[in-house]
Design a protein around this ligand. Structure first.
Ligand code: CP
Ligand code: NVA
Length: 337
């Protein structure tokens, strides 16, 4: 297997979803599928024994942290978790200095945080691979899991896959799906109100990628047009980590027409359309956030209804499991050879 990851000079980092390029991205998915099978069959070969990985989180996480930890442990590596309040990063110590310290001690660094510039700065100074575990702009490791999950349901050429993201078009998930789908030659539709359209420069970038890949890219306020024939429907939380709580008052009226309901799923015109969500999702009133939304706006669930979330069309937990297999592929590709 060739080393195709790039994005931070000579190391094999993953800072944005397009860093690996089309072929590198698909190679990681093939590797992830093989690792998933090997684990299931009880014949996984650890190739990261003796490696040490730092996991740095400025924001909360369940899946990303656990996926990195389990992937590392399965492969024989050790991890250190630095949480939002556990280190000097960004407070008493600069990103560049932290990068040089962690780079001297560890073989690779995962970073989740606010500014994309922070993960880029880490990568510039660490001298070891740096993996973006989510920033305000991008969620590249999520994209590996999302495309693997779509391919598991629709094997064959990735270019034949159509998907519609409906919701906040400026969030890290919509932005990441837009460029990932465009790079891979997929049929990409982003349905979002005008007020939440992805930046025009990003839409142009997706259109530029589509010229090479043959992707079809549609960014529109017209949800029925975006759903027509889509094999997969994605959405994301309406207010992301790090955004002001007050945003809910603005987003709820803007995004309620874009929530995923049984009618929205039916509007693809396909009986086999699947539902994806990076999670965590607001789909009922069992969480503190879900109860707050119900009290304030009278909605049960927000971006997706409980009916869709719990339906047979929903593949969100398979998608969540795939975070681990794909992150393992990333670690093995970067450090295992
Ligand atoms: N999808 C995702 O990144 O989940 P966590 O925030 O739990 O890591
Ligand atoms: N857009 C969400 C994704 C969470 C995995 C957030 O950034 O909070």
């Amino acid at each position: 297997m060739t080393r195709t990851l790039k994005g931070a000079g000579k190391t094999r980092s993953l800072l944005t979803p397009t860093d690996p390029g089309r072929d590198g991205f698909l190679e990681l998915l093939d590797r992830a599928a093989a690792l998933k099978l090997a684990k299931r069959a009880g014949r996984e070969q650890p190739v990261l024994t003796g490696r040490n990985i730092a996991l740095v989180f400025e924001k909360n996480s369940t899946r990303t942290r656990c996926a990195f930890e389990v992937a590392a442990y399965d492969q024989g590596a050790h991890v250190t978790y630095l949480g939002p309040s556990g280190s000097h990063l960004g407070k008493e110590e600069s990103v560049a200095d932290t990068a040089r310290v962690l780079g001297a001690l560890y073989d690779g660094i995962e970073f989740r945080g606010f500014a994309q510039e922070t993960v880029a700065e880490l990568a510039r100074h660490a001298g070891v691979p740096v993996w973006n575990g989510l920033t305000d702009e991008w969620h590249p490791t999520q994209m590996l899991a999302d495309v693997l999950t779509m391919r598991e349901h629709q094997p064959g050429p990735v270019e034949a896959i159509s998907f519609c993201f409906t919701g906040d078009g400026r969030g890290n998930i919509a932005r990441s799906l837009l460029v990932t789908g465009a790079m891979l030659g997929m049929d990409v539709r982003i349905a979002t109100p005008d007020e939440l359209r992805p930046p025009e420069a990003l839409v142009k970038e997706a259109e530029r990628l589509a010229l090479t890949s043959g992707a079809r890219v549609l960014v529109t306020g017209d949800l029925p047009a975006a759903l027509d024939g889509a094999a997969f429907v994605h959405t994301d939380v309406w207010v992301s980590m790090g955004e002001a709580d007050a945003e809910w008052d603005r987003r709820v009226p803007l995004l309620t027409p874009y929530r995923v309901t049984p009618q929205v799923m039916a509007a693809t015109g396909r009986p086999d359309t699947r539902f994806l969500h990076c999670l965590p999702a607001v789909h009922d009133t069992t969480t503190e956030l879900g109860r707050r939304i119900h009290r304030r706006y009278g909605l049960t669930g927000a971006e997706v209804t409980g009916e869709v979330f719990e339906s047979a069309a929903s593949v969100v937990f398979q998608q969540a499991e795939n975070r681990m297999h794909t992150i393992k592929a990333l670690l093995v590709a970067a450090l295992g050879e």
